[in-house]
Design a protein around this ligand. Structure first.
Ligand code: ADP
Ligand code: MG
Length: 448
């Protein structure tokens, strides 16, 4: 007697659905991505205070004909790709044709839609994956999907949900991330019992960022745009002093798809370098544009991750772009030639301060200067290397910079919008590392 059996289609459906829809936020993500693929200019997301009870996404996009509305709920039914080759040129957010089918499988779903060619719309009701009613409906062009009683037929899933607050938080992040990445779209977001969010169309990424984060260019947030080797990175970088204790305020999108990526997060962090202590994470929006053939978004049914063909290159391009963006926080050149003691030891206070004045023959970039200062600390006067004429020119514009030493351990220097604190021991490690590296690989070994 055989022990192996082929599963019933309804069981298979539940298993497949589980891969795509693991929590209410996944429903919001799929519906929002569909609305964006339908070229909507207004997307409205509503969730009940228990989001598994109701999520509604309404858009003013292309809508669907009656025939398509019925097909849309079928598994592997999509208007976005046709052939296997299309998988290497994906520009849309969807392509697997299984989101609506998966959501319908584990909920009570209602889809109402009208395309511009039709005079009346179509409403489809489905329960646990089965279509139970189709009717005509009067409505504007666009689509509304209402998902109720999520996981009603998969109680195990329901039990795995986190608290209502936690589920709302994750769901809000989904909407927030897409709202940040698509400033030209007018977004509305409401959660039962909370204040509604209304985000009218914004001019650009920075404007949307300002509205969402309440921080703008005057607080140091700045747009960046960098292109190298067929990869374009744009976005907004928060000022170092606005960094947070978690990665929650970092948004990464690849070809318009919001993803999570340890590689991109690490490149971003490295780009901020010494401007942040090790346990802080910058506020950032990073949008990567790349030839779709260079990535694989078909790694997981949720499409939450993408694989890069040349991950090292993406890492480099992003790190450099962020480094370039951070240069404004570090004065470009200082001199230690006229260094003098400006403070006497006090209990726990500052000990020495080197006053740097420009212009002078002996300028170095601030990072180097700080590093050099460390090598010579606590001797006071700092020796510096001669640099190219260009560096000197650059430094002429810089006002004088004061560097303080604290507790024999930290160097403090003022920068625009705050100050940098350099841990001497950590920096010394870095010098040794750079030296070892330059011995190994030649060149100047500098990391930029
Ligand atoms: P996919 O997005 O991978 O194609 P889905 O199951 O999410 O698969 O959607 C199936 C199809 O239904 C889509 O290819 C699209 O043609 C149509 N569709 C879904 N949502 C919308 C929408 N909001 N507006 C217009 N068409 C939609
Ligand atoms: Mg989809």
């Amino acid at each position: 007697m055989s022990l192996i059996r082929v599963l019933d289609p309804s069981v298979i459906g539940k298993i497949r659905a589980g891969e795509v829809v693991d929590r209410p936020a996944a429903v919001a993500k799929e519906l929002v991505e569909n609305a964006l693929d339908a070229r909507s200019t207004l997307i409205s997301v509503h969730a009940a205070s228990h989001p598994e009870r109701l999520i509604r996404v309404q858009d003013d996009g292309t809508g669907m004909s009656r025939e398509d509305a019925l097909l849309a709920l079928r598994r592997h039914a999509t208007s976005k790709i046709e052939s296997a080759e299309d998988l290497s040129r994906i520009r849309s957010l969807g392509f697997r044709g299984e989101a609506l089918a998966s959501i319908a499988e584990v909920s009570r779903l209602s889809l109402s839609t009208r395309s511009s060619e039709d005079l009346t719309g179509t409403q489809v009701e489905a329960l646990g994956g089965a279509v139970i009613q189709v009717s005509g409906v009067g409505r504007a062009v666009g689509t509304t999907v209402v998902v109720e009683d999520l996981f009603f037929n998969t109680p195990a899933r329901l039990r795995f949900l986190k608290s209502r607050e936690a589920e709302i938080r994750v769901l809000s992040r989904v909407v927030w991330n897409y709202a940040l990445s698509y400033p030209r779209v007018h977004w509305k977001f409401s959660v039962e019992g909370r204040e509604d969010t209304d985000l009218p169309e914004a001019r650009d990424l920075l404007e949307r960022w300002e509205v969402l984060y309440g921080r703008g260019s005057e607080d140091g947030s700045a747009e960046f745009d960098h292109e190298a080797g067929g990869v374009r990175v744009t976005g907004v970088l928060g000022a170092p002093e606005q960094a947070r204790a978690s990665r929650d305020y970092q948004t990464f999108a690849v070809n318009g798809r919001v993803i999570s990526s340890a590689t991109l997060a690490a490149a971003l962090r490295q780009g901020y370098g010494n401007l942040l202590p090790g346990d802080r994470y910058p506020l950032a929006l990073v949008m990567i544009e790349i030839d779709p053939a260079q990535i694989d978004c078909n790694v997981h049914p949720t499409k939450r991750e993408v694989r890069f063909r040349d991950e090292a290159r993406i890492f480099q391009v992003l790190r450099r772009a962020v480094e370039a963006g951070m240069r404004r926080y570090v004065p470009t050149g200082i001199s230690f030639e006229d260094a003098s003691i400006v403070g006497e030891p006090r209990d726990g206070g500052y000990r020495t301060g080197a006053v740097a004045t420009a212009p002078s023959r002996t300028e170095v970039s601030t990072e180097d200067a700080l590093l050099l200062a460390l090598e010579n600390a606590p001797a006071g006067a700092v020796e510096v290397k001669e640099r190219e004429e260009g560096d000197v020119q650059e430094s002429l514009a810089e006002p004088e910079v004061v560097i303080w030493q604290l507790h024999d351990r930290y160097l403090l220097a003022p920068i625009r919008g705050g100050m940098v604190i350099v841990d001497q021991h950590a920096a010394h490690e870095r010098i040794l590392y750079e030296e070892a590296r330059s011995h190994l690989y030649g060149g100047n070994g500098a990391s930029h």
